[in-house]
Design a protein around this ligand. Structure first.
Ligand SMILES: Nc1nc2c(c(=O)[nH]1)N[C@H]1C(S)=C(S)[C@@H](COP(=O)(O)OP(=O)(O)OC[C@H]3O[C@@H](n4cnc5c(N)ncnc54)[C@H](O)[C@@H]3O)O[C@H]1N2
Ligand code: MOO
Length: 415
């Protein structure tokens, strides 16, 4: 028998307390590298970036049309005296004339408006007549109106998404200092586990958690140290954990974390480090564990113990492991995003834990209605693979069709 206390006899931690403890456990890793902007998607900025330039760099046109001085507009129309395509030099607008201009082209000095071509007509002498009233400055994008030299473009700890990369590129920045990748050791435990792509004997189970977690770690820009499958055996686990401790910044382990005598993760963890907390009041994901390898959580390597049941593993990763990963990556962990959504079904609620039902949203009536994405067992990946989010059912509450519950979109975990 394992010497660990039964999870059912322990007070389970509230989800939000557990998240706070995950965030508190994060220590940002040290070590930077300078990389090409083209390689920087998903990486985290070491320092804030100041704008080296004004953007736009010059006053330029927002429309294809005609640049002119509004106070020169008259019944006779204005002759076209210049043609200014994008990339042209900055010219001066001659008196009593206008410029044919194109989107992005420099507005000639003296012009105070750009009139879109569909709001003018040309007479037989090719003079431009304006069909409406226009205000000064219309359709002129002013120098520095987006960002001025010296402005903070992005702050330290920003994860570079496509828009952030475009912002840096727009300032001519071709290389950037980012934090090195977080190195995460990934371990599956279980005698029943085999590799996808091999043939399955009765009782064997394909290791889907490691495939899933590898994808999730890569999505989070981590460097994955894949330590494969370790048998349900304390000696083997001990060997794997000591390699993980020596080579990685963080350990993510799935399976073997529950209370049976075949579950060796916690006893081994307690011998080679310690358990910071065990058990969270969520369904699925109850046996989620935060521990460490080494002397303490402060000085050792954080250890995330995810349950073996695949959906429990996924939910534990998204709700609890991810804030720790983000903190170790130097990011500021985001609040959990939840908003009210109406349930389109009735169902008996969870006892003693918050339940995260895998749902899809139906938008046909205007406001979203949540429907179950399929079977809700923590071993059922089919619904998890279809679902767009979780309908969060408070402990000891039932779901009634038409009633409102909080909804937690999965898209927030992809950033
Ligand atoms: N007596 C109790 N039994 C269980 C409790 C409990 O409180 N008392 N908790 C249950 C809950 S909740 C969960 S979740 C599971 C978690 O168990 P473990 O983390 O110890 O996971 P295993 O026992 O190793 O495996 C559970 C299940 O998942 C399959 N599995 C494991 N690893 C993988 C993998 N890498 N890929 C795919 N599938 C995997 C495994 O074959 C089992 O079917 O414990 C309950 N039991
Ligand atoms: O909490 Mo377990 O994670 O229900 O399957």
């Amino acid at each position: 028998m394992s010497g660990c206390a039964d999870i059912t006899s322990l007070a389970l931690l509230d989800l939000f307390d557990a998240r706070r403890r995950m965030i508190a456990a994060a220590r940002p890793i040290c070590g930077n590298e300078k990389i090409a902007l083209s390689q920087a998607a998903g990486r985290v900025l070491v320092d804030k970036v100041l704008a080296p330039l004004d953007i736009p760099g010059i006053d330029n046109s927002a429309m294809d049309g005609y640049a002119l001085r509004l106070n020169e507009v008259c019944e006779d129309g204005l002759p076209v005296k210049l043609r200014v395509p994008a990339g042209a030099e900055v010219l001066c607008l001659p008196a009593m004339g206008c410029a044919r201009i194109f989107t992005g082209a420099p507005v000639p000095i003296g012009a105070d408006a750009v009139i879109p071509q569909e709001r003018v007509h040309l007479d037989d002498d090719e003079r431009v007549h304006i069909d409406d009233e226009f205000a000064k400055g219309v359709n002129i994008r002013r120098r520095g109106e987006d960002t001025c030299e010296g402005d903070i473009l992005l702050s330290a700890g920003t994860r570079l998404n496509a828009a952030a990369i475009a912002l840096l590129a727009s300032h001519g920045i071709g290389e950037i200092d980012v934090l090195r990748r977080l190195k995460v050791a990934l371990v599956s435990t279980g005698n029943e586990l085999i590799e996808p792509g091999t043939s399955r004997a009765p009782g064997q189970v394909y290791d889907s958690n490691r495939a899933m977690l590898k994808a999730l770690l890569m999505q989070s820009s981590c460097d994955v140290l894949d330590l494969g499958v370790t048998a349900d055996n304390a000696t083997e686990l001990q060997k794997t954990f000591s390699q993980a401790r020596d080579e990685a910044d963080l350990v993510v382990c799935t399976g073997g974390i529950s209370v049976g005598e075949e579950d060796h993760v916690r006893p081994v963890l307690e011998r080679f480090g310690g358990v910071s907390f065990y058990g969270v009041a969520i369904k699925p994901g109850k046996p989620f564990t935060l521990g460490y390898l080494g002397d303490s959580l402060e000085t050792g390597i954080p250890f995330v113990g995810l349950p073996g049941n695949p959906v429990a593993s996924l939910v534990g990763w998204q709700l609890l492991a991810l804030p720790l990963v983000h903190g170790c990556q130097g990011r500021i962990p985001a609040e959990l995003q939840q908003f009210p959504v109406t349930a389109g079904f009735s169902r008996q609620g969870p006892r003693g834990r918050r339940e995260l039902l895998r749902v899809v949203l139906d938008w046909y009536s205007g406001a979203p209605i949540a429907h179950l994405a399929g079977g809700q067992g923590s071993h059922m990946l089919s619904a998890a693979s279809q679902s767009e989010g979780y309908l969060v059912i408070e402990a000891n509450q039932d779901v009634e069709e038409g009633h409102v519950h909080l909804y937690c979109p999965i898209a927030q975990f992809l950033d």
